[in-house]
Design a protein around this ligand. Structure first.
Ligand code: AMP
Length: 461
């Protein structure tokens, strides 16, 4: 998962990109970067491991002069967590500079990479994104736009992509529209972002989504839209709604908060249990817990308090840190939970380590009953389109029944939202979303051995 942001022809481009990345920080906390140009054939860039606010200070931003910029926040789903893989990737080739910021995963990257290496290509990173740069450089087309189109015809999987050259900003989204990408306007300049929450911060006007399969070409002459790829049914990632996106973002036609609340309401309708209070696992369970509480008419309480100075647990790539993280992050409020029958709401269960520790803590603090409710179906299948759930073995629901997970976590009862319930809670739920992590129905077909090969790219080195 990653966040991307771009701005074309604006006097404070780099500062705006910095703010944009700040708003997108939840989409990736391993590294961040900005590339900028003022069309003078110099592309400046700065990339570093860490958080946006730690990486960019006044001095760095001053160095990144330019009236156009793209930025990226990263958390690795393909390639390891190191500075070589931080984005935007920036190269200079026969046609000039090109900077690329990518959110998504190319499912045939490994195959293309092997092929290119056979013919002498030298890769600088282990990201799938670099494949696009090589294909652009090798293309026989003239313009960057045509080179990109020919490159993208070769790749499969998910991409929301920003490309900055000395003269243009190009924004594009794969034909399924897996990952979000929106277009806005700041005064007279175009801005592009993974999520609208970045537009709110910089006070840009939201215009529309970049459509699935659309390429938007922004130059001094204005904006042009192209749709060069075969049309397919859109497949937005439903997990953006469930967990990943910020609740204040407007995405795929609805506000994320509203959808999360609807998921919680549906969950209450389908899995009601008598209780004294509903408590969320913060922050990800909050919106769904409000929905559950309102629908079930059970009071909402903040029974768990989050320490905001620790990153998202799951996001840390090392197992040891992940385990530790749960304790670092959350504590229960003794007075609130003591002697109570509690419904605990979380948005999803991955390995069940969070739930297990929280339930143990709630019991230690005197909770009478703990009923765990999840505002999504069991996560059983790995995502190959950009969410960091790479192997089936790590997903507890892929090998255990709900009753087994209930026993493992130590809850009195455990119930998930059903797939039908989830589809009811979102607009056009039957056909607009990729729900492969719950159903195994991957929209783009690739043979299993290819998945295994692709997994090599996912291995964190
Ligand atoms: P676990 O303890 O492994 O079951 O993780 C469950 C927690 O991880 C839930 O609170 C989710 O909000 C969160 N989560 C689910 N999927 C992801 C993901 N891909 N990246 C980061 N966190 C996630």
């Amino acid at each position: 998962m990653c966040g991307i942001f771009g701005i074309f022809n604006y006097k404070d481009a780099t500062n705006i990109a910095y703010l944009g990345l700040h708003a997108l920080q939840h989409r990736g906390q391993e590294s961040a970067g900005i590339a900028s140009t003022d069309g003078d054939s110099v592309m400046r860039f700065h990339r570093q491991m860490g958080l946006v606010s730690d990486i960019f200070n006044e001095e760095v931003l001053k160095h990144l002069k330019g009236n156009s910029a793209i930025g990226h926040v990263r958390y690795s789903t393909a390639g390891s967590s190191n500075i070589n893989n931080a984005q935007p990737l920036v190269v200079e080739y026969s046609k000039g500079h090109i900077a690329v910021a990518h959110n998504g995963n190319l499912t045939n990257a490994k195959i293309i990479k092997d092929e290119l290496e056979k013919y002498g290509s030298i890769f600088q990173s282990s990201t799938d994104t670099e494949v696009i740069i090589h294909l652009v450089a090798l293309s026989h087309e003239n313009s960057t736009l045509d080179r990109l189109i020919s490159a993208l015809r070769r790749v499969e999987g998910s991409y929301s992509l920003l490309v900055l050259t000395d003269r243009e900003l190009i924004a594009m989204r794969d034909p399924y529209g897996f990952r979000p990408l929106v277009l806005g306007m700041l005064k007279d300049s175009y801005v592009v972002s993974s999520e609208t929450c970045a537009f709110d911060l910089i006070e840009a006007e939201y215009l529309r989504e970049v459509e699935p399969g659309e390429i938007i070409h922004i130059t001094q002459d204005g904006i042009k839209s192209y749709a060069p790829f075969k049309k397919v049914n859109r497949k937005h990632c439903i997990f953006e709604y469930i967990y990943f996106a910020r609740p204040d973002s407007f995405m795929f036609g609805e506000t994320v908060y509203t959808v999360r609340k609807a998921l919680g309401r549906q969950l209450a309708q389908d899995t009601f249990v008598e209780a004294d209070m509903v408590i969320p696992i913060p922050d990800s369970g909050i919106s769904a817990a409000i929905g559950y509480s309102q629908e079930a008419n059970i009071p909402f309480e903040l029974g768990l308090i989050r320490n905001h100075y620790v990153g998202r647990t799951f996001i840390e790539p090392k197992e040891s840190i992940r385990h530790f993280g749960v304790k670092l992050k959350l504590n229960a409020v003794h007075d609130v939970v003591k002697g109570k029958r509690i419904v605990v709401i979380d948005d999803s269960i991955v390995r069940a380590t969070t739930g297990r520790k929280i339930i143990k803590m709630l019991r230690q603090y005197g909770a009478k009953e703990v009923h765990f409710r999840v505002s999504s179906p069991p996560t059983q299948y790995p995502c190959f389109y950009g969410i960091d759930t790479p192997s089936r073995g790590e997903l507890i629901a892929s090998s255990h029944t709900s009753e087994e997970i209930n026993q493992y976590m130590g809850s009195d009862t455990l119930q998930y939202l059903s797939i039908e319930g989830m589809k009811k809670a979102v607009k056009n739920g039957d056909y607009t979303y990729c729900d492969a992590c719950f159903t195994g129905a991957y929209p783009s077909k690739f043979p299993w051995n290819m998945q295994l090969e692709q997994m090599e790219l996912f291995v964190k080195r």
